[in-house]
Design a protein around this ligand. Structure first.
Ligand code: SME
Length: 162
């Protein structure tokens, strides 16, 4: 992977170009390794490194709750019940949720006081939600439909490792 190129060139490129790079680099990572923990950990690091978001991580479905998986960022809450918070709501609704201001989301779970906006992307296997990707930003209104579309594509590649 061209890590130096990534680190030195990201400041000046558009969000869509960043997604193009992230998709390419994810495929390079996954093609070279089959270990689930390695691949999920690197996938989260790739998003954090590319977009400099505050917190990026996975919660996996375990029975009636979500359990924290590989992530990048500050320490986070470990378990989230079905339908609770943004993550549990995205799981229950089985759709991506974009929250421009987390303080206006009823039941938002504040793992970090810095978080201002959030996107949660459910990850499906055979129509079942098996995990969610959660991304937090310290900026209000960070995420839009492009993020939803691109992160859904990104997450689809992670299904074999969840
Ligand atoms: N804010 C999330 C909880 C997870 S942390 O942000 C990492 C929620 O409301 O579900």
């Amino acid at each position: 992977m061209s890590g130096n190129l990534l680190n030195t060139s990201l400041l000046s490129i558009s969000k869509s170009e960043k997604y193009t790079i992230a998709h390419q680099q994810l495929q390079e990572l996954l093609n070279g390794e089959s270990d689930s923990i390695a691949n999920l950990g690197n996938a989260m690091a790739l998003l954090k490194q590319t977009f400099s978001w505050w917190w990026v991580g996975l919660y996996r479905v375990e029975g009636e709750e979500l359990c924290l998986g590989p992530f990048q960022g500050p320490v986070a809450c470990t378990r989230i019940a079905y339908g609770k918070g943004v993550c549990g709501s995205a799981w229950k609704q089985a759709q991506t949720l974009i929250v421009p201001n987390v303080h206006e989301f009823p039941g938002h779970i504040a793992c970090s006081a810095e978080s201002q906006s959030e996107i949660v992307v459910p990850i499906f296997n055979n129509d079942q939600v098996i995990a969610v990707l959660d991304v937090d930003s310290e900026n209000l209104d960070q995420f839009d439909a492009e993020d939803a579309r691109e992160l859904e594509i990104f997450c689809a590649s992670l299904v074999p490792y969840l």
